[in-house]
Structure formats: structure tokens, C-alpha cells
Design a protein around this ligand. Structure first.
Ligand code: ZN
Length: 349
């Protein structure tokens, strides 16, 4: 099925549904300078990306560089455009035939949930022996068949929002849910090779979901040393690059991210640096002011986490250049490698 329409998903997960939106969506927090390890990278137009090469010193040369903070000022987090709620850890719902605000004669098709789908594996020897990593492949290939279920409102501490969303796709129909599962599986293999115990929030083995609340809970219950939610964005053509999303400090209702803000930032900066280094994918030219980092207070998967956690948007599926990468198995392996190296760096301190 093709996800049709004028980029109805807007920006993945959060952004509004405005097609061709040059990249601004309201949000409260803004990114700060990023300490990033170096790499050659294409400089996105308009981005203030200043990468320092460890000139002459490839060895040990992970030079850190502080990037200038974007000067975007925060806007109200509410005006997110379009329909109620608009955004979440899943791109806005994609119409494609399936009514998003669906009839609520929900079939009682209970999610095959409650117990976590994937079993830990690994846990062997290696530098990550004893470490637990939870990988959250964003969305679920079956979500669009269960609109009533995924549109159900859940409490994310400071708001209510949809249980989950469908995710976006490339113009040719390669879905974000396929992408996230593929990258996540590759990442799992790499982490297990390092001795880590890896759990998934879903592995394509359930009809839909889980809800964002459960995605967070799985990481919490596993006592994860690190958790990462894998996504790709659905913005307008010309918007390119990756960004890592960090939890803002949220203390509301059942959400309290205060204990994980600093550790998640550390994780996110390392992931961003290694992702850039390994994939050559530039930092976003439409989010984060060229830092490759963004901070958000409206994502249930972060708000409800009690373990260090970040999201990554690996690229924009609606941009031809990014789509060419995202649909390449070779590139997805690099993406997984970059994520793995970032997580390993974090876990090894
Ligand atoms: Zn997504």
C-alpha cells in the first residue's frame, strides 16, 4: 500500500502534518551545543555545522567540538497544527485508505502483548557482558490495519496522545516500520556480538503497537542500561539528515525524566557523533540548528522512561537523497553500526 497524499505524515513523530513545511514545528525546548566526535560530513545548507577533524590524528582523534547552539526560539508546544494531538512517537497517521480517526467498533483483537515479544539473547562474553539494551523499532507494520487501537488515547504524563501511529514511508512505499525493524535487527546483532543482552519492544510479531506507554515500560522493566527508539522522518523534500531526540526534563503525572536527562544526553551525543562518523549522513538541516540534536517534552516514549533513552530519526523518507540511503541495505548496516558504536561508547563510559 502506498502511503498517499501530500505527505500527510508531516514530520515524523512530532512535527506537524504540513507538507513541505520547511521544518518548523513548535516545541518548547531547544537544542544545545553538541559535543560530537568528528567526521567528514556534508554540510547541510544553512546549518551551522562545524565539525572538527582530528587533523592528522585519526588515531585517538575523537576530537570533540562544541557546535553553536541554534538560535531558534521556542514556540508554544501546542500549536502543532492540524488535528488534535497531531504528533507523537509515530508520525502522524497516514491516511492511505485506512481511516485514521477510525470507527471505533474496534475488534477485540487483543494485542499479543503483555509479555514482551523478544527474548533477550546475547549476554555472553564481551565488553558489554551484563549490559542490557532495549531497542524500540518505531511503529509496527500492522498499525495501519488497527486504527481504532492505535488511535486510543494514552497518558504520557503531561498530556494524552495516541497509543501509536502508523509511521511514514518513502514515496515509493517503503515503510518506516519496515525500516525500523530492519535497522533494529542489525543493531541487535552488533550489540549481541559485544556481549549485550538485547530486548525489543516489538519484533513484527504482534498485530499492532505496542502503545508508546508500553514501549517505555518495556525498557524500564528490563532495567535497561540504554534504550533507543529507531525512526525515520517524514518531512518535506529537501529536508535532509538525521537527528537524535533527547528527553526534556518533564515532571508531570506519571512522568519524571529528571533522573535520566543527563545520562540520556550523554547517550544521545555519543549516538549522534558515531552515527555521523559511520554513515556520513549529515545532521538535519531542518531540526536542531545543525547540531543533530533535539530535545522534546511531548514524546511518551521518553517522558515515561526511567532509563537512559533517546530517539533517532535516521533520515527523511520523503527526500529523494535520504530515501536512497534509507532503502539501501548497505546503508542500513552502516546506520546500525553507527548506532551500535554510540551505544557501546556510552555503556563503556
Ligand atoms: Zn517514526
Amino acid at each position: 500500500m502506498s502511503y498517499e497524499g501530500p505527505d500527510p505524515d508531516g514530520f515524523d513523530d512530532y512535527y506537524n502534518n504540513a507538507p513541505g513545511n520547511p521544518g518548523r514545528r513548535p516545541r518548547g525546548t531547544r537544542t544545545r551545543p553538541l559535543l560530537i566526535t568528528t567526521a567528514a560530513c556534508a554540510v547541510a545548507a544553512g546549518a551551522i555545522w562545524v565539525v572538527t577533524q582530528a587533523v592528522g590524528g585519526s588515531g585517538g582523534g575523537d576530537t570533540a567540538k562544541v557546535l553553536p547552539a541554534p538560535s531558534r526560539s521556542a514556540t508554544s508546544p501546542t500549536s502543532a497544527t492540524s488535528s488534535a494531538g497531531a504528533s507523537d512517537e509515530a508520525d502522524a497517521k497516514e491516511p492511505n485508505g485506512s481511516p485514521s480517526k477510525a470507527p471505533s467498533t474496534a475488534s477485540p483483537s487483543a494485542p499479543a502483548s503483555s509479555k514482551t515479544p523478544s527474548k533477550p539473547a546475547g549476554g555472553g562474553t564481551g565488553p558489554l557482558a551484563g549490559k542490557v539494551v532495549v531497542i524500540d523499532p518505531g511503529h509496527n507494520p500492522g498499525n495501519f490495519r488497527h486504527p481504532a487501537d492505535i488511535n486510543r488515547q494514552v497518558n504520557v504524563g503531561n498530556a494524552t496522545k495516541e497509543c501509536d501511529t502508523t509511521g511514514t514511508s518513502t514515496n515509493a512505499g517503503y515503510t518506516e516500520a519496515q525500516f525500523t525493524l530492519d535497522v533494529s535487527r542489525r543493531l541487535r546483532t552488533l550489540l549481541q556480538e559485544q556481549g549485550a543482552t538485547v530486548k525489543f519492544t516489538q519484533n513484527g510479531d504482534r498485530a499492532w503497537g505496542p502503545c508508546v506507554t508500553e514501549r517505555a515500560a518495556i525498557g524500564n522493566q528490563a532495567g535497561a542500561d540504554a534504550a533507543i527508539s529507531v525512526h525515520a522522518d517524514g518531512s518535506g523534500a529537501g529536508n535532509r539528515g538525521f537527528h537524535v531526540i533527547l528527553p526534556a526534563s518533564v515532571h508531570a503525572g506519571s512522568a519524571d525524566t529528571r533522573p535520566i536527562v543527563a545520562s540520556s544526553r550523554d547517550l544521545g551525543e555519543r549516538v549522534a557523533g558515531k552515527f555521523l562518523q559511520v554513515t556520513g549522513q549529515p545532521p538535519s538541516n531542518y531540526i536542531g540548528g545543525g547540531t543533530g540534536l533535539d530535545t522534546r517534552a511531548d514524546l511518551g516514549g521518553l517522558n515515561l522512561s526511567t532509563v537512559p533513552k533517546v530517539f533517532i530519526e535516521c533520515g527523511n523518507m520523503r527526500d529523494a537523497q535520504d530515501a536512497a540511503r534509507l532503502t539501501s541495505g548497505t546503508w542500513r548496516q552502516k546506520a546500525a553500526q553507527g548506532l551500535s558504536e554510540g551505544i557501546v561508547s556510552f555503556l563503556r563510559g
